[in-house]
Structures are given as structure tokens and as C-alpha cells.
Design a protein around this ligand. Structure first.
Ligand SMILES: [Zn+2]
Length: 69
């Protein structure tokens, strides 16, 4: 079974400073970084006008692409 991960577009990890590595956990209540061990309670998004979008990416494809470099 393929595992899909919801990434927060444009989010930068406060720990490793990588871009587009912040994802939502399956329960949607935490965010975490796929590159380091950063985990945080998901901040409440109150402003519906903010520009953060959720991208759904296959984690296997993500790892494949990452490992190419
Ligand atoms: Zn990180």
C-alpha cells in the first residue's frame, strides 16, 4: 500500500531549515519534518486567507527523488 504524506507547501523546518519538508501526521494534529526529528503540535490555522496549501505527496516518490541527489 502506498503511503501518502501531506506536506505544507513552502513551510520551512525550524530545526534543519529545510524547505518543503514539513508534513502533517495522519491524525492531522501534529506537524513534523521528514528530514530531522522536529515534531510540533499543529498550529491552529485561524486565518482562512493565508496562503499555505497542503500538498499530498507519495512518500516513496519523495524519498526516491531525495536519494537521487
Ligand atoms: Zn527538519
Amino acid at each position: 500500500m502506498k503511503r501518502f504524506v501531506q506536506f505544507i507547501a513552502g513551510a520551512i523546518c525550524p530545526e534543519c531549515k529545510s524547505k518543503d519538508t514539513i508534513a502533517l501526521n495522519p491524525a492531522d494534529d501534529e506537524i513534523y519534518c521528514v528530514k530531522c526529528d522536529f515534531v510540533e503540535k499543529r498550529p491552529e490555522i485561524k486565518d482562512s486567507n493565508n496562503n499555505s496549501e497542503i500538498k499530498v505527496i507519495n512518500i516513496d516518490d519523495f524519498r526516491k527523488n531525495r536519494d537521487k541527489n
